[in-house]
Design a protein around this ligand. Structure first.
Ligand SMILES: NC(=O)c1ccc[n+]([C@@H]2O[C@H](COP(=O)([O-])OP(=O)(O)OC[C@H]3O[C@@H](n4cnc5c(N)ncnc54)[C@H](O)[C@@H]3O)[C@@H](O)[C@H]2O)c1
Length: 256
């Protein structure tokens, strides 16, 4: 870490961000680095992670990166170990990696269902499991990334919606299990963001557009940085009293 931000909110803090090679994960890496944090950016694409790290070169914090397929429990444990090896401690885990595919329910194969749940739910569990002993040592915290699909139904998204509801449940379960410790566990539920997930998603043949459009953002797509700002707040000491919260960041999408 260089010495440009001795008073940054994440100065001396070690932060693991998953799915950090693009979109919200990359924006979160930049937020933490801007606040003086020592960030470990993990994802599958090392070339893109190198670009994210390079984009933080002028920020006060430090960004290192390494491989992670969140669908592998062994990779999840290795990413936590790599962060602790890099910085000697772990203060914050951001479970951000995820992917949304529209699929007609009756077309979903067993392999697709299992892959969606592994990527969008089980990985977050295994990362929490590996991170918690370290976070208990540092009085650290976890920020999970769900979605408005963690609180409402979305058509052609049975596995994604079920897994994001699972992320909300995981957050609440851990919040209660660790109630008597200093560990904090919170969750953000973003609405539509201007990221690759939205721009690369395809609609299956035969899908009903009226149902698809129910998920459309009423105020347009948010920037990833506007959601990363809320993640950074929840991870910071300013949110020291915030525990077990399911925070929507959706420009009113769920207001009715
Ligand atoms: N974009 C939206 O409108 C929106 C809305 C609500 C929630 N979300 C959630 O926000 C999170 C970030 O998504 P985004 O919008 O930035 O999309 P994105 O596609 O830009 O980013 C997803 C990230 O997850 C990574 N990833 C995917 N599969 C992975 C795997 N197996 N192992 C490790 N990393 C993997 C990707 O490489 C990428 O870095 C996801 O959990 C997504 O479900 C997105």
């Amino acid at each position: 870490m260089n010495d440009l931000a001795p008073d940054g909110p994440f100065n001396g803090r070690s932060i693991l961000v998953t799915g950090a090679s693009s979109g919200l994960g990359a924006a979160a890496v930049r937020r933490f680095a801007a606040g003086g944090g020592q960030v470990f950016a993990a994802s599958r694409d090392q070339e893109k992670l190198a670009e994210v790290a390079a984009s933080c070169a002028d920020l006060p914090g430090e960004v290192r990166f390494g491989p992670l397929d969140v669908a592998s429990a062994a990779d999840c444990r290795a990413a936590v170990a790599a962060t602790v090896a890099a910085y000697g401690r772990l203060d914050v885990l951001v479970n951000n990696a995820g992917r949304h595919d529209f699929r007609i329910t009756t077309d979903v194969t067993e392999d697709e269902w299992a892959a969606d749940i592994a990527l969008n739910l089980s990985g977050a569990f295994f990362l929490c499991q590996a991170a918690i002993p370290h976070l208990l040592e540092t009085s650290g915290n976890i920020v999970n990334v769900a979605s408005v699909a963690g609180l409402m139904g979305e058509a052609y998204s049975a596995a994604y919606t079920a897994s994001k509801h699972g992320i909300v449940g995981l957050t609440k379960a851990l919040a209660i299990e660790y109630l008597k410790t200093p560990l904090r566990v919170n969750c953000v539920c973003p609405g539509g963001m201007d990221t690759a997930q939205v721009h690369t998603i395809s609609v299956p043949d035969g899908a009903d557009w009226e149902l698809i459009m129910r998920v459309a953002a009423k105020r347009g797509l948010m920037s990833a940085d506007s959601v990363a700002a809320v993640i950074a707040f929840l991870a910071s000491d300013d949110a020291s009293a915030v525990h077990g919260t399911i925070q929507t960041v959706d420009q009113g999408h769920l207001a009715g």
